[in-house]
Design a protein around this ligand. Structure first.
Ligand code: HXC
Length: 264
């Protein structure tokens, strides 16, 4: 039986179910979509719901106004202490957000700074418009990135370049991000969401199980040796020969027709 979800709605996050994907829009434009703890927990909740929805094959996340997001909400953090963070481990909600099995596509325009850059980098596909400014300016606040910036940026663009941006807090453009391998698609200003939706609609045509396993296999490559990764990929590949969609995909190709996948 197919699970069809109804989604929670939030003031700080617009959640719209589209044809085959879920569209999330950060909705705090007055503070450049600063990521309050509440907003991050709402994103995590919506992603969890998307994972349980059989009609949704990916999640598109975008900003609203002048920014994708200018980072963690500095007002939320102003009066916090080491002990309170240590006890409450507030940022563990970022781990919940990353557990989503469906692909996440970030459509980024304006600023993607600090936690906003980390949110964009945690997506599986990062579409950015020319003119977008990326950066990890936490050093200017006498802190460091706390939701993956030191780890993801260095893996994406190399240790020495990451070190430069993290230690100086200097921003870099979408064109630079694209040339360094951080951005999947670079598009003209105003086109990031259109391109992200185009990608989501392409993914919506595929068989869900192959989408999930493809994401899992690529992500495994970031944590494993090549030998382990090749073995893992092969196991997943073999397992897909248990699906009806695999049969349909190959039959459709051989009969020169479009496949009709049933996600089974
Ligand atoms: C809270 C923020 C904010 C933030 C902007 N605002 N960024 N509020 N947290 N991260 C608010 C401003 O206070 C201001 O509110 C309004 O948004 C508009 O911002 P301005 O600064 O007036 O706009 P502008 O002059 O155009 O400058 C844009 C900007 C600048 C360059 C993006 O806002 C900026 O430097 N923001 C902070 C970026 C940053 O340091 N990010 C890292 C945060 S720490 P008012 O009320 O005055 O209109 C972080 C840690 C991550 O992310 C840890 C893991 C999650």
């Amino acid at each position: 039986m197919r699970a069809i979800m109804s989604y929670n709605s939030y003031e700080d996050l617009t959640v719209e179910k589209k044809n085959g994907y879920l569209l999330l829009k950060l909705n705090r434009p007055d503070v450049l979509n600063a990521l309050s703890f509440q907003l991050v927990s709402h994103i995590a909740e919506a992603m969890k719901e998307a994972d349980a929805d059989d009609d949704v094959k990916s999640v598109v996340i975008t900003g609203n106004g002048r920014a994708f997001s200018a980072g963690a909400d500095i007002r939320d953090m102003e009066n916090r202490s080491f002990i309170s963070f240590e006890h409450r481990d507030d940022f563990s909600v970022w781990d919940d957000m990353l557990e989503v099995r469906k692909p996440v596509i970030a459509a980024v325009e304006g600023y993607a700074l600090g936690g906003g850059c980390e949110l964009a980098m945690s997506a599986d596909i990062l579409v950015a418009a020319e003119g977008t400014k990326f950066g990890q300016p936490e050093i200017n606040l006498a802190i460091i990135p706390g939701a993956g910036g030191t780890q993801r940026l260095s893996r994406a663009i190399g240790r020495h370049r990451a070190m430069r941006y993290i230690l100086t807090g200097e921003l870099f453009t979408a064109a630079e991000a694209f040339s360094m391998g951080l951005v999947s698609s670079l598009v003209p200003p105003g086109q990031a969401l259109t391109e992200a939706i185009r990608i989501a609609e392409k993914i919506a045509e595929k068989s869900l199980i192959s989408v999930l396993l493809a994401k899992e296999a690529v992500n495994f490559s970031q944590e494993s040796t090549l030998t382990q990764g090749l073995k893992f990929e092969r196991q997943l590949f073999y397992s897909l020969f248990s699906t009806a969609d695999r049969k349909e995909g190959m039959e459709a190709f051989l009969h020169k027709r479009k496949p009709s996948f049933s996600d089974s």
